[in-house]
Design a binder for this molecule. Structure first.
Ligand SMILES: Cc1cc2nc3c(=O)[nH]c(=O)nc-3n(C[C@H](O)[C@H](O)[C@H](O)COP(=O)(O)OP(=O)(O)OC[C@H]3O[C@@H](n4cnc5c(N)ncnc54)[C@H](O)[C@@H]3O)c2cc1C
Length: 424
């Protein structure tokens, strides 16, 4: 990872010795308004590209510290030994080729009055509109015992990369007969079906490689996404191997001990051979620094434009936003990104934004050839994004295995399509 002024200059972003000169230089050239997008994930990457498509005259700068993006969707397949991490990794070459200036660094502060973003090396980037798409941060310490040091022993693997590989290696090193424990958080969190897909694909690995082992999901909730479909599939594919413990039956993890790999609930202690703790989360920290996160840690937005309800001129998309009924998914992030780009392109020219409809589909794999999905259509209603009545739904409960196999193929196709759209 490279940060700082040198990396920034090398990537071709206009910068001067004096940060204060920056706006003058941009606007003196008669350029169209500059939109700065912070975060080059599914939301930010999509939005930057969609802005250029909406109006090629808009000068777009994407601020992202990593040269390579590592995607979370399908990272559960990496953990389950079905896929390599390299299949999850994408560069920003094509984004840059669209004429988007990439500042390979971190945004550290926002001056909403002056309309500028401060980068890690102190450079200030002026903006007409700012889009924040920083994804999530972990709420370190919210679960007693779970801090950054604990994550090295009990990986969360909820941001893809080293953590994903760590969890996979721990499973590979575990002797047959070991107990794997997954701690799933209360709502809201990134990817509502994610913990249950992960449980499924770890169970798939254990069934094949370590059949005397057991997997317990300790859950801080009594219900979860696509629950009936997951549970029916678990009964069919992983009987006796995978146990889900809901909140009401003692599933809520109240503390962890990384030294002994123990997870404590109100009902007892579980000593794991491998512990995957998915902790409480919040919007990426730049949201807090910009003043767009509320007391929940997430960012309230206008459902038509994704403009912050707290700070004008700043839009928040993706996992960081409070998007009403829309789940925190890559599909949703991409849909929000396009909606936000269309609104911003109109707002910077003084036009009124139109009323959007957004969509989401979340596929999950219960086994490599067994997919299920949930879909929805959303529109602004009562200041929030609400599900359009009668839209969407989940995969049929009674379906032949050929339907499940087809959905597994659709899932792969979706991943190829979205990553091509954002990075390809
Ligand atoms: C195990 C797992 C499985 C999943 N499976 C699916 C799935 O099948 N389908 C699906 O739709 N979704 C899935 N998701 C959810 C999906 O990964 C997220 O919803 C999606 O990544 C959100 O996109 P985002 O752009 O908001 O955040 P991200 O994709 O995390 O991108 C945020 C980016 O912002 C950058 N950033 C953060 N702060 C700063 C800063 N201050 N300055 C500059 N850059 C910054 C980060 O480096 C990062 O690149 C899954 C998630 C997990 C954990």
């Amino acid at each position: 990872m490279r940060t700082g002024r040198r990396a920034f200059l090398k990537l071709g972003v206009v910068a001067t010795a004096s940060a204060a000169c920056f706006p003058a230089r941009i606007f003196a050239q008669g350029a169209a308004p500059r939109v700065v997008v912070v975060g080059g994930g599914f939301a930010g990457g999509s939005c930057a590209r969609a802005l250029r498509q909406e109006d090629p005259r808009i000068a777009v700068t994407l601020v992202e510290p990593n040269a390579t993006f590592t995607a979370c969707p399908f990272s559960n397949s990496v953990i389950g030994g079905l896929r390599e991490l390299s299949a999850q990794q994408f560069t920003y070459d094509r984004v840059a080729a669209d004429g988007i200036a990439i500042a390979r660094t971190t945004a550290t502060a926002v001056d909403a009055q002056a309309r500028s973003v401060t980068l890690a090396d102190g450079t200030r980037l002026p903006y007409a509109r700012l889009v924040l798409a920083p994804g999530i941060d972990i709420r370190w310490g919210a679960l007693p015992g779970y801090d950054e040091a604990a994550a090295a022993r009990m990986p969360h693997a909820w941001r893809a990369g080293e953590q994903t590989l760590l969890l996979r290696r721990q499973l590979e090193a575990m002797p047959d007969g070991g107990l794997v424990v997954i701690a799933a958080p209360a709502n809201p969190f990134r990817c509502p079906p994610g913990p249950y897909e992960r449980a499924s694909l770890i169970a798939h690995y254990l069934k094949a490689k370590k059949p005397r082992s057991k997997l317990i999901v300790l859950d801080a909730k009594d219900a979860f996404s696509k629950q009936r479909l997951f549970q029916a599939a678990w009964a069919e594919l992983y009987p006796g191997l995978l146990e889900w413990v809901p909140l009401s039956k003692g599933g809520n993890v109240t503390s962890v001990d990384a030294a002994t790999l123990e997870l404590v609930t109100d009902f007892g202690r579980h000593k794991a051979a491998v512990a995957n703790v998915i902790p409480p989360q919040k919007a990426g920290r730049i949201a807090d620094a910009a003043g767009v996160a509320d007391r929940t840690g997430w960012c309230p937005i206008d459902p038509a434009t994704f403009e912050s309800k707290l700070v004008p001129g700043i839009h928040v998309i993706g996992d960081a936003a409070i998007a009403g009924a829309m789940p925190k998914s890559a599909f949703a992030a991409n849909s929000q990104a396009k909606t936000c780009a269309a609104a911003v392109a109109r707002l910077v020219t003084g036009a009124a934004p139109s009323t959007p409809k957004l969509i989401n589909t979340c596929y999950s794999l219960v086994a490599p050839d067994y997919g299920i999905s949930v879909a929805g259509v959303y529109a602004p209603s009562g200041g929030q994004l609400a599900e359009v009545p009668g839209s969407g739904g989940v995969s049929p409960a009674e379906a032949p295995r050929s339907t499940r196999a087809a959905e597994a193929i659709f899932a792969e196709a979706w991943f190829r399509t979205i990553t091509a759209e954002v990075f390809g």
